[in-house]
Design a protein around this ligand. Structure first.
Ligand code: S3P
Length: 452
């Protein structure tokens, strides 16, 4: 990556409504990406972000000291750890090794705002925990997080008896904690963060709390509660937890982040004959749908070893590129691939038959409007794209050229277009490439290792 340099800074149109809670001095960086001829070698990523968030929260609540190896290096998970520290947990960290001394169920009132940074998972899931505490807390986030919809967690928590002040349903959230009552809740959107918020609140509520899922979403919260010694009852689309359960510390290895690995699988898809080995990656079936989809589009994926750790599947896989066919992604598959769609869309012009993505309107309320960001950046590279309210259609067999890419301060947009740049003609510049730190700070070094 080139030295820090403010070359271009995107100011979102409604930034004046959602200023960052405190002024952070940001160093803007550009990454230059040259075309590559082949992908070869191996990658191993830091621990999965979704799993690390849940382990950090539950370890902070549990009795005893939990130890994690390969904990996520993401800025998002650091935000979760800081919030737990602000409420009385002790954290010692040495690289990927993290120790969390929990509060044994009794959190302390935070002396300052709980700063969730860019992390929707931190704010939405932890709001369920703080809503049940005998104190008031204020959850804040950066400009992007302050624009994202929080009504989806305010609504069920209010039904449980919490009082939450939020302007226009957005952060900052002032949460007046109180004794909660159990509810049965059917979220109107497919969201693991909303489900987790309600289940975590349910751990403190009187009675049994149930979430009925419209579409099955990632189940790391359920598995993590069980890993920490809690009980979760699952029956069809219903997930229930009892209030007042005691959680106990664990020692765990966090499997590599599959959503980070997908950028490398997409790079592999671009070159027939390319070959990539991925060690110790999360293969939880609620997350690995993307492997089936990429397989169907022409990436050959072999599983070399699979085992289970605390309910989570982890394994080694080997991927080979052949002819990248493309295809249609819609319905429940779009929900299951929501984090991976930008990467697949960014390489879609190089496919044989093109890619159509529908029913993915949730992309518009992620770290940025990811449909707009993908369409804007693909067009900057010379691609033809059709935009829909819920997705996009990208014809295949297109030739792209290097261009100035705007990350929109969104980690997945920066990484998706670094991959698209590998097959473009000429150099691509990714502006505000430092956004990758949100989930995968080592991304550009890892890419350098496998590109040829
Ligand atoms: C996440 C759930 C998803 C996903 C996010 C992580 C989680 O969000 O996009 O990156 O860890 O539960 P939604 O719950 O909004 O779908």
């Amino acid at each position: 990556m080139s030295p820090a340099k403010l070359l271009y800074c995107y100011i979102p149109p409604d930034a004046d409504r959602a200023q960052p809670p405190r002024t952070r001095k940001k160093r803007h960086m550009d990454a230059k990406v040259q075309p590559a001829k082949q992908i070869r070698g191996s990658v191993r990523t830091a621990g999965d972000k979704s799993v690390s968030h849940r382990y950090a929260m539950l370890a902070g609540l549990a009795a005893g000291t939990s130890e994690f190896d390969n904990f996520s290096t993401s800025a998002d998970c650091s935000s979760t750890l800081s919030c737990m520290v602000a409420m009385g947990a002790h954290v010692r960290r040495n690289g990927n090794h993290v120790e969390v001394e929990g509060v044994g169920g009794k959190l302390a009132a935070p002396q300052e705002e709980l700063d969730c940074g860019n992390s929707g998972s931190t704010m939405r899931m932890l709001s369920g925990v703080v809503a049940a505490q005998p104190f008031t807390s204020v959850m804040v986030g950066d400009a992007s997080l302050s624009r994202r919809p929080m009504k989806r967690v305010i609504e069920p928590l209010t039904q449980m008896g919490a009082r939450i002040d939020a302007e226009e349903g957005c952060a900052p959230l002032t949460i007046h904690g109180s004794r909660l009552k159990a509810i049965t809740y059917q979220p109107p959107v497919a969201s693991a963060q909303v489900k987790s918020c309600v289940l975590l609140a349910g751990l403190f509520a009187e009675g049994e709390t149930t979430v009925i899922e419209p579409v099955k979403t990632r189940d790391h919260t359920e598995l993590a509660i069980e890993a920490f010694g809690g009980e979760v009852v699952r029956s069809g689309d219903r997930i229930s937890v009892r209030g007042g359960q005691v959680l106990k510390a664990i020692k765990a290895y966090v499997p590599g982040d599959l959503s980070s690995v997908v950028f490398f699988l997409c790079a592999t898809a671009l070159y027939p004959g390319s070959s990539l080995v991925v060690d110790s990656v999360l293969l939880n079936p609620t997350r690995s749908v993307v492997l089936d989809v990429l397989g169907g589009m022409g990436v050959k994926i072999n599983f070399l070893k699979i085992e289970q750790q605390f309910g989570e599947l982890v394994g080694t896989l080997q991927a080979e590129g052949s002819v990248f066919q493309g295809g249609v992604i819609s319905g429940a598959t779009s929900a299951a691939l929501i984090d991976e769609l930008p990467a697949i869309a960014a390489i879609a012009p190089y496919s044989v038959n093109g890619v159509e993505i529908r029913n993915a309107q949730e992309l518009r309320v992620k770290e940025c409007d990811r449909i707009h960001a993908v369409v804007r950046n693909l067009r900057a590279m010379g691609a033809e794209v059709e935009e829909f309210p819920d997705g996009m259609k990208i014809p295949g067999q297109q030739k792209l050229h290097g261009a100035a890419i705007e990350s929109f301060d969104d980690h997945r947009i920066a990484m998706a277009f670094a991959i698209a740049a590998l097959r473009a003609e000429g150099e691509t510049t990714i502006h505000n490439a430092e956004a990758v730190k949100v989930s995968f700070p080592e991304f550009f070094q890892a890419l350098e290792k496998v590109r040829q």
